[in-house]
Ligand binder design. Structure first.
Ligand code: SF4
Length: 281
């Protein structure tokens, strides 16, 4: 029997979700500012990162900026998959979660319909989560190698997980407009975590593109040629700028076809470990 997860419970602090039952209109930061949602506006940079991430999470879970995605997530939550019939699906947008002083940021694509959209936490409850957390655990970025549900005891150690899109999209393919609508959340997250970050792992081409656009929006676009997508490629942009490590996404499409092996993903996080520890310039 799988645990039933109450919709108002929270993932690891500070990526803590608040009660998503509010019907108040909200959206990503630009839209939120106009709508004045209950979650409030972004907190000032002087506030601790944990509080700012918590305030951001409160706005994320109430976002309704993409009507198509919101309807899809709610429909999946209503109809469920037979194997998860005893779950109360989350069905809302997902905030990032992890260590507010993270040295490593992991950027994924989007929650899975029956993974994050069910469990209410990024990379939780599906095979991508199994792969990612095993690799992060082996590299010392998580206290356990599994991520099955909120309240499972998972803690990220010096790491933070987020995604390009915070609502589960049909066929795992958010539209360009949906990615653009969601990017301000990533920009805000990046701005909060920036002082402590040493490395960023992007999982897949969409995550890479979203991260590079977020850097530009933040006014931190790296000089030089645009980083290309190649598994294992590592880009160092100089002091004050986290290194970028590119990886295939641990989706079934990649893991079941052999495009991505556990050893390949381990190497990505071993590189991240070295960069975060200052063992690699
Ligand atoms: S994808 Fe992002 S911007 Fe669109 S509704 Fe979900 S949280 Fe809001």
């Amino acid at each position: 029997m799988h645990p039933t997860v109450p919709p108002a419970s929270a993932p690891q602090a500070p990526g803590r979700a608040t009660d998503p039952s509010s019907s108040a209109a909200s959206g990503p930061p630009s839209a939120v500012a106009a709508a004045k949602p209950p979650g409030g506006p972004p907190l000032a940079p002087a506030e601790p990162a944990a509080r700012r991430l918590e305030a951001l999470a409160a706005r994320v879970v109430q976002c309704e900026a993409c009507p198509g995605l919101r309807a899809y997530c709610q429909e999946v939550a209503r109809t469920k998959r037979r194997a998860f019939a005893d779950w109360e699906y989350w069905g809302r947008p997902l905030p990032g979660f992890g260590d507010p002083q993270a040295r490593l940021l992991v950027v994924g694509l989007a929650p899975a319909a029956h993974g994050g959209n069910r469990t209410g936490r990024m990379f939780t409850g599906d095979s991508s989560a199994d792969w990612l957390l095993r690799a992060m655990y082996r590299a010392g970025f998580a206290n356990q190698p599994t991520s099955t549900h909120r309240g499972d005891g998972l803690r990220l150690l010096g790491a933070y997980i987020t995604a390009a899109c915070r609502c589960a999209p049909p066929d795992n393919r958010p539209t360009p407009a949906e990615l653009a609508a969601c990017r301000p959340f990533l920009v805000e997250e990046l701005g909060i975590l920036w002082p402590s970050l040493r490395a960023v792992v992007v999982l897949g081409q969409i995550a890479l593109a979203a991260y590079l656009r977020a850097l530009a929006d933040l006014g931190r676009a790296p000089a030089g040629p645009r980083p290309a997508f190649a598994h294992g490629a590592t880009y160092r942009f100089g002091p004050g700028h986290p290194a970028l490590i590119v990886s295939y996404h641990p989706s079934r499409q990649n893991t079941q076809t052999g495009r991505l092996s556990e050893a390949m993903l381990d190497q990505v996080f071993a590189t991240a470990r070295a960069l975060c520890d200052g063992a690699e310039a």
